[in-house]
Design a protein around this ligand. Structure first.
Ligand SMILES: Nc1ncnc2c1ncn2[C@@H]1O[C@H](COP(=O)(O)OP(=O)(O)O)[C@@H](O)[C@H]1O
Ligand SMILES: [Mg+2]
Length: 258
């Protein structure tokens, strides 16, 4: 199976990008896929979510992108078999300015990830909440964008801006960029707005929206403070079940991609 590189992206913060990256990656690894997570957010939440202490993040994405360490050094094993991570720290916040001095500024990450395709089935890039150079690097490196959308009132509004960015990247830096899918997150059954937003998004985007909806579940939000993906923290909670189902849908897409 060819490697699939997915940028998990939405310029809005707090919509479930990191949670989706960490838990989808874990569920894919549990299905015996070889998975690499690249933490491309200076906040380093995905690294924290896998339990990587600051002391363990010496060789991070910042050092890799700025050419100070090898990719072998930057790839860290997680507690999960078959699941690796390139961590980040706040140092990464300096990279946007540094990158702007390079001729290959939009392609730095792509050069790294293309060389890793033989080693992984999936590479998931956890993007920062902006459309700056880091996100542009992620969208240039990726085969597809996976977009978490929180079930709230302005969900669709932010999406049109993201779609314009994806179109712009397609028009130049990465003509092959696809939309992997949109995943509805933090769905609250008791909240009528959640279901209204969900049906509104489905009527606009149809089959681009995964059937699986990620419910709002306190176990999901507790897990990172234990340095664990929710699947390891509480395998049977609704959040874990949803991410396992989402991984099933992503795996079904294998071979369907153009
Ligand atoms: N399904 C969920 N149920 C409950 N809390 C969630 C869920 N998904 C995410 N969260 C919480 O919402 C906050 C934002 O999620 P996060 O994944 O960090 O978003 P982003 O990466 O887009 O900024 C975090 O505190 C996270 O634990
Ligand atoms: Mg995040």
């Amino acid at each position: 199976m060819p490697c699939r590189i997915m940028a998990v992206t939405n310029q809005k913060g707090g919509v479930g990008k990191t949670t989706t990256t960490v838990n989808l990656a874990t569920a894919l690894a549990a299905s015996k896929r070889r998975v690499l997570v690249i933490d491309a957010d200076p906040q380093g939440n995905a690294s924290t979510g896998f339990g990587l202490e600051m002391d363990d993040r010496d060789d991070d994405l910042y050092q890799l992108l700025s050419g100070q360490v090898t990719v072998e050094a930057a790839i860290h094993q997680t507690a999960i078999k078959g699941l690796m991570v390139i961590p980040s720290t706040n140092d990464l916040s300096a990279i946007e300015i540094e990158l702007s001095h390079y001729d290959d500024r939009e392609y730095r990450l792509k050069t790294i990830t293309d060389a890793l395709r033989a080693d992984y089935d999936y590479i998931l890039i956890d993007c920062p909440p902006s459309l700056g150079l880091l996100t542009v690097n992620a969208l240039t490196a990726a085969d597809s964008a996976l977009v978490p959308l929180q079930c709230e009132y302005y969900a669709l509004e932010g999406l049109s801006q993201l779609m314009k960015t994806i179109e712009a990247v397609r028009g130049g830096l990465n003509p092959n960029l696809e939309l992997q899918g949109v995943v509805l997150t933090m769905y609250d059954q008791r909240n009528r707005l959640s279901s209204l937003v969900a049906s509104d998004v489905r009527s606009h985007l149809g089959s681009l929206v995964y059937a699986t909806i990620i419910p709002r579940n306190v176990r999901v939000s507790e897990a990172p403070s234990y340095g664990k993906p929710v699947l390891l923290y509480d395998l049977n909670c609704p959040g874990s079940k949803a991410y396992i189902a989402l991984a099933g849908e992503v795996i079904k897409q294998e071979g369907q991609a153009a």
